[in-house]
Ligand binder design. Structure first.
Ligand code: ZN
Ligand code: ZN
Length: 185
């Protein structure tokens, strides 16, 4: 019975095939590796070339990122253009917060869910068009990109979530009462 239980459980534990990074700030790479070994030994780890150059390979590299990401180098695939990871899941370059920041768009039946990473840190930034955070590498580009994404999604069925939103809840952007606002769903 014990063996049957283990094999039954194993059927559900498919190896993770792909890990995609929104960007390489330290709070977004923590589980890339653990004790100098990849957390997902069968996965391809994908990140935009510009973030790899900025955080790992460049002269202003982050030692924390280097330490966390060096163990996955043999499983790394860099990209420098928008691409489709799998049917219904697209990567779109969204530079500003970091040079290689990427948003991931899941789509099905004409509807979309946008995973924004740190393009926006607080839902308040949808309402306050000029509010910034100190962690944006290029403040002007980050602000322009954030507003472009928000305006594009406003009053559509698009669902948005960002890594630091409370409970990582999805929501829509509406302007029906005036200024842009985020309405959790
Ligand atoms: Zn960040
Ligand atoms: Zn973050």
């Amino acid at each position: 019975m014990r063996c049957a239980g283990i094999s039954g459980r194993a059927r559900w534990l498919q190896p993770i095939a792909d890990v995609v990074f929104t960007h390489l700030h330290f709070d977004h790479v923590g589980w890339a590796s653990h004790r100098d070994a990849p957390v997902f030994p069968s996965a391809t780890y994908r990140v935009h070339q510009a973030d790899w150059d900025h955080f790992v390979a460049g002269p202003r590299r982050s030692q924390a990122a280097v330490d966390k990401l060096t163990p996955i180098v043999d499983q790394l695939e860099l990209f420098d253009a928008d691409f489709t990871i799998a049917p219904g899941l697209d990567a779109r370059h969204a530079p500003g917060h970091t040079p290689g920041s990427t948003i991931y768009i899941a789509s099905s039946g004409g509807r979309r869910a946008l995973l924004l990473g740190d393009i926006v840190h607080s839902v308040v930034q949808f309402e306050e068009r000029d509010w910034e955070v100190i962690w944006d590498v290029d403040h002007a580009a980050a602000s322009a990109l954030r507003n472009r994404i928000a305006d594009e999604a406003a009053n559509t069925e698009d669902l948005l979530a960002a890594a630091h939103f409370p409970n990582m809840s999805f929501g829509r952007i509406l302007t029906t009462d005036g200024p842009r606002r985020f309405v959790a769903v």
